[in-house]
Ligand binder design. Structure first.
Ligand code: KIV
Length: 277
């Protein structure tokens, strides 16, 4: 097994111009698969809410939901750096509560870092976490926990004021001590500029090819999540279709009594069963 990825890998990769790979996972089998595929970092995203728990947004996801799934993922991961998303309202109420919640992801969940959304307004929370020894990834651009104030899932930073604010926020996140920054749904030239201006690694999702790394929701790239994917997703497989075929074959074989076959059953001495008749 190769060495465990640490936060310094992100900095080193940026310096050497090597792209960082990140994917989401929400449970043990997917954590194990993503890790075995050699992906550098696994994000237990609060996209858990949409992808696994069936909510319409990430807002209903709780700390307990996250810790439960982070634990499952970390049990399957040996090499990748596991980043746990801090859910809605878990890092806004007080510095103490923010650090305690972030700490749970490491202490109970077994993650190596946390991620939170926002810029200057969360800089104090980032500082407090980093001071407590908790590595932090920032998240700017489309921040799904603010979907209600943003008025929907839209590309961010298109006009000068919004682009300038995003750049200032990115600097604030870096200054506060984050070791990486996710940029979601940001125009390619702006993501490129932020990447050039920052010393920490940018990880893009819908932010073009010039970020220091890329992240996708694994269920999207596997075609495992029914419905339409966002424009920035590339589907590398259609597992939804494969799973549907397998499930229908199972139903047909049970209904026609062709499953289970003799090879799927267990034998016993005939005389034993005869005595019971
Ligand atoms: O929750 C999540 O999966 C994320 C990614 C989209 C970056 O935050």
């Amino acid at each position: 097994m190769s060495e465990r990825i640490t936060v310094s890998h992100f900095m080193q990769a940026k310096r050497e111009g090597r792209p960082v790979t990140m994917l989401t996972a929400y449970d043990f089998p997917m954590g194990r698969l993503v890790d075995a595929a050699g992906i550098d970092s696994i994000l237990v995203g609060d996209s858990l809410g949409n992808v696994v728990l069936g909510y319409g947004s990430t807002i209903p996801v709780t700390m307990d939901d996250m810790v439960h799934h982070v634990k499952a993922v970390t049990r399957g991961v040996q090499r990748a750096l596991v980043v746990a998303d801090l859910p809605f309202l878990s890092y806004h109420l007080s510095r103490e509560e923010s650090v305690r919640n972030a700490g749970r992801m490491l202490q109970e969940g077994g993650a190596q870092a946390v991620k939170l959304e926002g810029g200057q307004e969360v800089a104090e929370a980032i500082k407090a976490m980093v001071t407590a020894g908790i590595p932090v990834v920032g998240h700017l651009g489309l921040t799904p926990q603010s979907v209600l104030t943003m008025g929907g899932y839209k590309v961010q930073g298109k006009d000068e004021a919004a682009a300038r604010k995003l750049l200032d926020d990115a600097r604030a996140v870096q200054e506060a001590g984050a070791f990486a920054l996710v940029l979601e749904c940001v125009p390619t030239p702006l993501a490129r500029l932020v990447t050039e201006k920052l010393d920490i690694a940018t990880i893009g999702i819908g932010a073009g090819p010039y970020c220091d790394g890329q992240v996708l929701v694994t269920h999207d790239l596997l075609g495992l999540y029914g419905g339409n994917s966002p424009k920035f997703v590339k589907r590398y497989a259609n597992l939804n279709g494969e799973i549907m075929k397998a499930l229908q074959s199972y139903r047909e074989e049970v209904e026609s009594r062709s499953f289970p076959g003799p090879e799927h059953g267990f034998s016993m001495p005939e005389e034993v069963i005869e005595k019971l008749k």
